[in-house]
Design a protein around this ligand. Sequence first.
Ligand code: OAD
Ligand code: ZN
Length: 272
Amino acid sequence: VTLPSKDLDGVAEYINSGRAKRIVVLTGAGISTAAGIPDFRSPGTGLYDNLSRLDLPYAEAVFDISYFREHPEPFYILARELYPGKFHPTVSHAFIALLAQKNLLDTLFTQNIDCLERRAGVPGDKVVEAHGSFATQRCIECKKEFDGDKMVEHVERGDVPRCEDKECKGLVKPDIVFFGEMLPKHFDRETYRLGMADLVLIIGTSLSVYPFAALPGMVQEGKPRVLFNLQRVGGIGAKSDDVLALGDCDAQVRKFADALGWRDELEKLWKS
Ligand code: OAD
Ligand code: ZN
């Protein structure tokens, strides 16, 4: 075993000993719930439990490319609510930025499309947005990019933008990955980083959507994986160097920062 103890104190000691040079972080919607953005699958509060007003055949249809082609309106009703700009990063986001400041962050793989990791100060070149983001958008037919300011206007009005090419008139969609679409090309290219990682931190994800959910399985034997989540997911905890930090991720991350001796820095960075 690699860790002096199978808890956050043990992981902190591992980092402070200088042996965890390459840290990979994997995140999902649970890291942003404290910012006021619902996750997808939490019973009651999750997005998929609250879409009845959209009259969908099934909840995930709102992010399904074939459904979108026929019925783009429900997605645009939701896009208005989820559009980045009105949300602030959480303590957990700030912690990832702190890892980067300390030159310990190898890569952050995020499933989130809220752009909060960059806003918290994680350098863009360290982030792999596995499910894309709202940063750009294009026509789903001819793939021509659509202007960002115009997009904001459409989203605010809640209406569906169309390709400006007169012949095309295809539907415009933010470059977020829908069910039935490929992940960004660089996702596959960057997965080798899991195999090189000294430590993997998994924060706020149900690990239920592939291929992202396969990433924790690519970690080498003897390299610790730490799960910060409300409940145990994805079989994390089964390996000898797995650590479960169950509960609210911000609270657990603060505890971790205490163990590392980084708490003041973390709070300062979060407030800045
Ligand atoms: P999920 O909603 O599936 O999972 C969020 C996880 O975070 C759950 O296990 C929650 O219990 C946990 N959680 C929520 N709040 C938390 C908190 N404050 N502290 C700790 N844990 C908390 O979201 P994702 O795993 O991100 O894809 O979902 C993966 C993908 O499914 C999304 O990227 C999206 C969705 O369909 C697409 O739309 C393509
Ligand atoms: Zn077009």
